[in-house]
Design a binder for this molecule. Structure first.
Ligand code: NDP
Length: 166
């Protein structure tokens, strides 16, 4: 099973502020929807609450330490990232997406096979950061640049990294 991290991060690695996204990039939202639709998506409880409900056409797996946390039918609560991954392996999924936030990304970097990063050409103020993408661990395999326009407030680039396996 391929484990893919998907993120939009600024040049200074900022990914959010006050439990929200901090830019308007409608092409990125479209890309996220297209890539993750039909799949299982794993997220931290704070990211789930910032969205407020399960995203349509996807199965949400939410990580929390709260034993009383519940989700609408068809979506699942786990108390560790490892347990969520084990569940996906048990389901014989081909691929799972880890969609944030910072706490979950930090724990997932070692497990992930692929990073799908939208590199946003901005350096905003924020309070949550994506971990460093170390050159010795990750190889850039594709990139696609986009210019800002009326629907995207910054230039951005879709970049794929693959894990370098020893
Ligand atoms: P997270 O979304 O990573 O959620 C953190 C919560 O997950 C914790 O409080 C805890 O929930 C639970 N958790 C984390 N680790 C464990 C564990 N090992 N076992 C059990 N539960 C665990 O929060 P962050 O604050 O790091 O990130 C949220 C921010 O990230 C927001 O600003 C959001 O907008 C941004 N974001 C940005 C993205 C982007 O691509 N730019 C994508 C996704 C989010 P509990 O407290 O309930 O126990």
């Amino acid at each position: 099973m391929k484990i893919s991290i998907i993120v939009a991060k600024a040049k200074n690695n900022v990914i959010g502020k006050d439990n929200q996204l901090i830019w308007k990039l409608s092409s990125d939202l479209k890309f996220f929807k297209q890539i993750t639709s039909g799949h299982h998506i794993i997220m931290g409880r704070k990211t789930y609450e910032s969205v407020g409900k399960p995203l349509p056409n996807r199965t949400s797996l939410v990580i929390t330490r709260n034993q009383d946390f519940t989700l609408p039918e068809g979506h699942h609560v786990f108390h560790s990232l490892q347990d969520a991954i084990k569940y996906c392996i048990g389901k014989h999924l081909d691929q799972v997406f880890i969609i944030g936030g910072a706490e979950i990304y930090n724990q997932a970097m070692d497990m992930a096979d692929e990073l799908l990063v939208t590199e946003v050409d901005a350096a905003p103020d924020g309070d949550v950061y994506f971990p460093e993408i170390k050159k010795e661990d990750w190889k850039k395999t594709s990139s696609e640049k986009h210019k800002r326009d009326e629907k995207n407030e910054y230039n951005f680039e879709f970049v794929t990294y693959k894990k370098i396996r020893p």
